[in-house]
Design a protein around this ligand. Structure first.
Ligand code: C5P
Length: 402
């Protein structure tokens, strides 16, 4: 996947993350793409047109009513003569304008006149991202086929507040652009996918937790494979040591409750593939200080409480994705257990695998799965986890489109 030779119209709106757009321009150009920058008025408060123009080696368009920029209805031409429009950073304000078809400056007029795909990289304070109005606008944009990369979780530059709102890093945006412009067939273009991956950590006290051996390899590979087929993917990952897949919006969580909240916040979606090895139980009363050994006292007893079942919640949700796929890692009675799970969890398919220690699957790189549905069982040959991911992504595309 490459951006070489692609013509990117980059709209920079007014946020502190605009400084990263300078690096984005550099990264795109060093990979052979050309960049035509458009800046809103507010963007020019954060970075100068001079810096943007110098890095892009191109004229910077700023003004709807400029006699030089608009001599041949420039905003219409700008909206057409490119392969992709990227808005980075995309402020809540500009997203609201796009969602509602406002066109009172050059950036919004270009966006309204567009006939080419649009990728937005939101950046805003977490409270703004969370606001009901922004959520409505995001849902509208998604329904209109707008692609998203981010926002990511992290600390905000201005306030130090943590939460969802940080703009994706330039290289993550480049990967999303490359994925969108890739000439390979894209059967999941315009589809939204949610994938869970990795284990969850359920705290006992501030230093100890209960975990499992899931590496996240299979779930991450599935998220990447769906993105490659054009899906707009949100990956909700428990704590793992492997890198975030490229071209995917990744939300990092620790416990099952956080994973459930992140998954439901990512709805609506066309498909959900729940691969995470979610802990079935958490410690009922987590200690807020480290539990200490005391002479003469016996070992502590951990009282457990049941965790929410994320797959089951999504499988029965009023916004249930059209296609819901779960995994069933079992050490015995693999098929019988998978069949029970189909109904109990409201899934369309269960990918069953035997994780007995002798298989080496859990934490390993290979997988041997069977696809269980109400119609029957389809065993797949032993493959590496990337191959399982690609086959499952193609399978999902076929089920959604066919
Ligand atoms: O019931 P079991 O944990 O074996 O089911 C496995 C499937 O259910 C997987 O798809 C897993 O991601 C999902 N699951 C879940 N939330 C839980 C437990 C399992 O989403 N609390």
């Amino acid at each position: 996947m490459t951006v070489s030779g692609k013509r990117i119209l980059l709209i920079i709106s007014g946020g502190i993350a605009a400084y990263k757009s300078l690096d984005l321009i550099r990264r795109l150009r060093e990979r052979g793409a050309s960049v035509t920058p458009v800046m809103t008025r507010a963007a020019q408060e954060f970075v100068t047109p001079l810096a943007v123009g110098a890095l892009a080696a191109a004229h910077v368009f700023t003004d709807l009513f400029s006699r030089t920029d608009e001599q041949d209805v420039g905003h219409i031409r700008l909206a057409r003569d490119h392969d992709l429009i990227v808005v980075a950073p995309a402020t809540a304000d500009l997203m609201a304008k796009i969602a509602n078809g406002l066109a009172d400056d050059l950036a919004s007029a270009v966006l309204l006149a567009r006939r080419i795909p649009l990728l937005v990289a939101p950046a805003m304070n977490p409270a703004m991202w969370d606001n009901a109005a922004t959520r409505r606008n995001v849902a509208t944009l998604r329904a209109d086929g707008v692609h998203f990369i981010g926002p990511m979780a992290g600390e905000m530059a201005e306030s130090g507040e943590a939460g969802l709102g940080r703009m994706a890093e330039p290289l993550e945006i480049v990967a999303a652009i490359a994925a969108l412009l890739d000439d390979q067939p894209k059967p999941l273009m315009g589809k939204r996918a949610i994938v869970t991956s990795g284990p969850t950590h359920e705290p006992i006290d501030p230093v100890r937790y209960i975990a499992n051996r899931s590496s996240g390899r299979q779930g991450h590979a599935i998220a990447a494979a769906l993105a490659k087929l054009g899906a707009d993917v949100t990956l909700v990952s428990g704590p793992v040591t492997i890198p975030d897949p490229k071209g995917v919006t990744v939300i990092h969580v620790e416990r099952a409750a956080e994973m459930l909240a992140a998954v439901t916040a990512a709805l609506p979606a066309d498909l959900a593939i729940m691969v995470a090895a979610v802990a079935d139980w958490r410690v009922a009363e987590e200690s807020d200080r480290k539990i200490k050994k005391k002479p003469g006292e016996s070992a502590p007893t951990l009282v457990m409480a049941e965790n929410p079942d994320i797959l089951k919640t999504i499988g029965h949700h009023e916004q249930r994705p059209r296609l819901v796929i779960g995994f069933a890692a079992e050490t015995n009675d693999v098929l019988a257990n998978a069949r029970v799970k189909l109904d109990k969890k409201g899934a369309d398919y269960i990918v069953a695998n035997d994780v007995s220690p002798e298989t080496g699957i859990m934490g390993g790189t290979r997988n041997s799965v069977k696809i269980v549905s109400r119609e029957g069982v389809e065993p797949w040959p032993d493959m590496d986890k990337d191959a399982v991911a690609q086959k499952l992504a193609a399978f999902a595309a076929e089920k959604l489109n066919g």
